[in-house]
Design a protein around this ligand. Structure first.
Ligand code: TXA
Ligand code: MG
Length: 303
């Protein structure tokens, strides 16, 4: 299956593959035609950069130039893992089409055995956004990918449910100080242990990480955030108004919450509910911040 996936990538095709965060929709990062097809299938504007996945930290310098020491420190501490580093791009290994013509590229080494086997065998960068259609919730199982993309994807590698469940943390290391562009699988407390201080966040606004718009994390149903002691009362009021209400059951453990978040949102959508009531976890711990961030964006992206 890995062989067929590699052949497909070499031929300019699209391969969906599991990572520890969410499933990615992969194309050869150096092939403009393959990248064009990737953006078409995904329904994503060409100006939105995608993350390029690489096999090992040691090849960082093949894909990036002028890499600052802090990037090596973060890569050493968190790769393979749910951290994306925005660095200056090497134009021979990463085509302009992968990054909307930017001078930078987001690189990451995913922590999943199938993704790593694929990357080693392909021996190049794999550009991969989350394998959902533009504007839908990220997929955390191979079935989610098939539900969204059907026959538009040439190969789907099934690695079971994703173990982290929310996307990678994105840190931009091209400026004078590291900047968090998206909270995710690596907590800011963990980053602080390596950096010596908590990095600043720039997670709002189009300049930060283009594509982290609210609607990208929204299910079809409207999402309302409520206090845990208000769920029943609000559900009753909404039902009295004739709305079909689904409650997102929140696991007490934030890592478990992250793992099931997107799957539960999809399940509630599939039940056809109008409104999803959700309780955000405390943001004090790393994954709690990521779950709270995605829920806030889901609620703001109300249709
Ligand atoms: O966990 C993840 O990061 C998953 C898996 C598949 O690796 N990928 C993912 O990709 O979430 P995507 O395309 O759905 O989100 C990528 C985010 C976008 O918000 C994009 O704006 C940002 O990364 N990004 C990518 N390259 C960037 C760059 N050069 N500068 C700033 N932001 C960048
Ligand atoms: Mg995405």
């Amino acid at each position: 299956m890995i062989d067929r996936a590699v052949e497909t990538l070499r031929a300019g095709g699209l391969v969906a593959f599991p990572t520890e965060t969410v499933y990615g929709l992969g194309a050869d990062a150096s092939n403009p035609a393959a990248l064009k097809r990737l953006f078409d299938v995904k329904g994503r504007p060409a100006s939105h950069p995608v993350i390029v996945h690489i096999a090992r930290g040691a090849v960082l310098g093949e894909f990036a130039r002028d890499v600052p020491p802090v990037a090596y420190e973060l890569a050493g501490a968190f790769w393979p893992g749910p951290l994306t580093l925005v660095v200056r791009r090497r134009t021979d290994r990463v085509a302009a089409e992968a990054v909307g013509g930017r001078d930078t590229v987001g690189l990451r080494v995913p922590d999943h055995v199938i993704a790593l086997q694929l990357l080693e065998a392909f021996a190049g960068g794999i550009a991969a956004p989350s394998a959902n259609r533009f504007g839908r919730v990220s997929p955390t199982t191979a079935q989610h990918v098939r539900d969204d993309l059907g026959t538009d994807v040439d190969v789907v590698l099934d690695g079971g449910p994703c173990t982290v469940g929310v996307e990678s943390t994105i840190v931009d290391v091209t400026g004078p100080a590291p900047l968090v562009l998206r909270v995710g699988g690596v907590g800011e407390d963990a980053l602080a242990r390596v950096l010596g201080a908590r990095p600043a966040r720039r997670t709002e606004g189009e300049v930060a990480a283009p594509g982290t718009l609210a609607s990208h994390y929204a299910p079809d149903a409207r999402v309302e955030l409520v206090r845990s002691d208000a769920v029943e009362g609000q559900a009753r009021l909404l039902r009295a108004e004739g709305f079909a209400v689904g409650v997102l059951e929140a696991p007490a453990d934030v890592a478990e919450y992250a793992r099931v978040l997107y799957r539960r949102l999809r399940e509630l959508d599939a039940r056809g509910v109008d409104v999803i009531l959700a309780v955000a976890p405390p943001e004090t711990t790393g994954l709690g911040a990521a779950v709270a961030d995605r829920l806030r964006r889901a609620a703001a992206g109300a249709h």
